[in-house]
Design a protein around this ligand. Structure first.
Ligand code: AVJ
Length: 323
């Protein structure tokens, strides 16, 4: 394991299991039914998401990566941070772009990756320890919606929240998240926020409904997770994938559509749920922003926008804000 590396664990397998039970019980008994997107990401779901990022239709990941490649030296120079915190650190390619740029400006001392998966975090930290021997590593296993107050303090921090993941939150959840993050930081510390922007519907919808059907498999994977973890008996292939643009809410919504009437038993919850033929269950929202919408949310929650970088097609934005 990585030398000189610290790892704080605020989230155990038992915590995750309790949260899944609570989310499934609430979501499957609600009208309409829904499930939170965080349960897509078991090992298979994470692998399917990696495949999604390579699809021709799924532009957000490669757009953000190109934008970051192009702007990372400006970001590091504008930031001057001593500690880089990354929320949902998952894959490390974006991390390395940032670490290399901060290496050129010479201010960075410490990297604090935060993720829900302890195993993923350990693997990422071991690899980083080899390639960045002078960098202090301090991993945090936790949920960014619940454990922001446990982020290690000290060394002027920049918190990176990339990938457009903030789009998975509703407006209320987003404002609460931004306000809480602002609260736990010291004045002058920073946030680097990645957000998907509103573009043509004909570009956005296929990104969530690809021709090869990878996103459909990713969407249905949440039912495999419930079958395995909660002893459920979802007939996974009897649910169809649907993606739509909700203009009023400015989000892409993914749903699973029951192809026939079904009775599903969740043994571990002692719960039986009925699906009508054609019934739709929401599994994800992915909010897309107008550029001033990002600034508005930040300013309303106590942040000052320092700079915004956008790709040439205005599909994605990186915003640096100061607490
Ligand atoms: C990783 C959450 C940013 O919302 O675009 C990809 C997840 N869902 N295809 C997104 C996702 C369907 C993705 N995020």
């Amino acid at each position: 394991s990585a030398q000189h590396a610290l790892l704080d664990v605020h989230l155990t397998d038992g915590d995750a299991d309790r949260a899944l039970r609570a989310d499934a019980a609430a979501g499957l008994t609600a009208v309409p039914k829904s499930l939170p997107p965080k349960w897509f990401y078991d090992a298979r779901g994470s692998a399917l998401f990696e495949k999604i990022t390579e699809l021709p239709e799924y532009y957000p990941t490669r757009t953000e990566a190109a934008l970051l490649t192009h702007s990372v030296d400006e970001i590091a120079a504008a930031s001057g941070a001593e500690t880089l915190v990354e929320l949902g650190s998952g894959s490390s390619s974006k991390t390395r772009l940032l670490l290399d740029a901060f290496g050129r400006t010479g201010t960075l001392r410490r990297y604090v990756p935060q993720d829900v998966s302890e195993s993923a975090l350990r693997l990422a930290m071991d690899a980083l320890a080899l390639d960045y021997p002078d960098l202090e590593l301090h991993g945090v296993v936790g949920d960014f919606t619940r454990h922001l107050d446990r982020l290690p303090r000290g060394g002027r921090r920049m918190v990176a929240f990339l990938g457009g993941t903030i789009g998975n939150l509703t407006r209320d959840e987003r404002y609460a998240f931004l306000a809480q993050l602002r609260e736990v930081l010291e004045p002058g510390e920073q946030l680097l926020l990645g957000t998907g922007l509103v573009v043509e519907e004909s570009v956005m919808v296929p990104a969530y409904d690809d021709a090869a059907g990878v996103t459909a498999e990713f969407n249905r994977n949440v039912l495999h997770v419930l079958n395995r973890e909660l002893g459920a008996d979802f007939d996974v292939d009897s649910f169809a994938h649907r993606a739509l643009w909700d203009a009023e809410n400015s989000w892409i919504e993914m749903r699973l559509v029951a192809q026939r009437a079904m009775t599903v038993r969740l043994a571990e919850l002692d719960l039986t749920v009925e699906f009508a033929e054609g019934e739709e269950m929401r599994t994800e929202i992915s909010t897309k922003f107008r550029p001033d919408g990002v600034a508005e949310a930040l300013e309303a929650t106590g942040w000052a926008v320092a700079h915004t970088w956008t790709d040439p097609d205005a599909r994605f934005a990186l915003t640096l804000a100061t607490a």
